[in-house]
Design a protein around this ligand. Structure first.
Ligand SMILES: Cc1ncc(COP(=O)(O)OP(=O)(O)O)c(N)n1
Ligand SMILES: Cc1ncsc1CCOP(=O)(O)O
Ligand SMILES: [Mg+2]
Length: 220
């Protein structure tokens, strides 16, 4: 399935550490029913062994595949390959995007985290399909996220990004501020806790989709 920027609209990220004891399989199924468009498996700082991580990743990938939701792996090319992932997301501290592209091939979706124009330029040169910009707002899901950089950073990067590489905003995004991220020029939002910590992941995803579609409608 070739990558389309519309797949970034509601990008859910999750590992078992984000589920507060609930079953990640259930959380993902509910989120898919609520309308997520892309999924990233981010098993980070959890207690799972590597073989448990592979086991969980396989189950989550199968669920995504059944619903035609692309399955992205965070950070690890080895895990992405073992799981037959559709793509990988790397940050500035991870394996460089240019090597990731070489290892994963031309078909894979490659996403890169960027905080400024020069990181975005490098990601474009490396052959990224999209960039993740954040943390836009304060977040409790990533201890080393740094100070919030605000949705205006998306507008700055967009203005200097002539190729128009799609941008997904991340960090502290919820139904109340998602509209401002889309209004700043993002193709979509990436969230962890807004879905994984919600009482109903399905209703939360539905609400986020509604905000995104309404904001897109206003822009068009
Ligand atoms: C869509 C998306 N954007 C940004 C990130 C953050 O990546 P990184 O900076 O490498 O941090 P970790 O997620 O690895 O802790 C992301 N994962 N996804
Ligand atoms: C992975 C990541 N990268 C930047 S902020 C962040 C965490 C996003 O989680 P939340 O949506 O719960 O703020
Ligand atoms: Mg990373």
């Amino acid at each position: 399935m070739p990558f389309s920027p519309s797949q970034l609209r509601l990008y859910m990220i999750m590992g078992s550490q984000d589920c507060n004891g609930r079953d990640p399989v259930w959380v993902l199924k509910e989120a898919i029913a609520g309308g997520i468009t892309l999924f990233q498996f981010r098993e980070k700082g959890s207690t799972l062994t590597m073989s448990e991580t592979v086991f969980l990743g396989k189950r989550l990938k199968e669920i995504c595949q059944r619903s035609s939701i692309p399955f992205i792996v965070n950070d690890r090319v080895d895990l992405a390959m073992v799981l037959g992932a559709d793509g990988i997301h790397v940050g500035q501290e991870d394996l460089p995007a240019v090597q990731v592209r070489r290892l994963m091939g031309t078909e894979a979706i490659v996403g890169v985290s960027c905080e400024n124009e020069s990181e975005a330029d490098k990601a474009i040169q490396a052959g990224a399909d999209y960039i993740g910009v954040g943390a836009l707002f304060s977040t409790r899901s990533k201890a080393d996220a740094g100070d919030p950089i605000g949705p205006e950073t998306i507008s700055h990067i967009r203005r200097s990004n002539e190729q128009g590489l799609p941008i997904v905003g991340i960090g502290g995004i919820n139904a109340a501020n998602a509209g401002s991220v889309i209004a700043a020029g993002a193709a979509g939002i990436a969230v962890i806790s807004a879905i994984t910590a919600a009482e109903s992941p399905r209703r939360s995803a539905m609400k986020l989709r509604q905000v995104i579609e309404e904001q897109n409608h206003t822009i068009v």
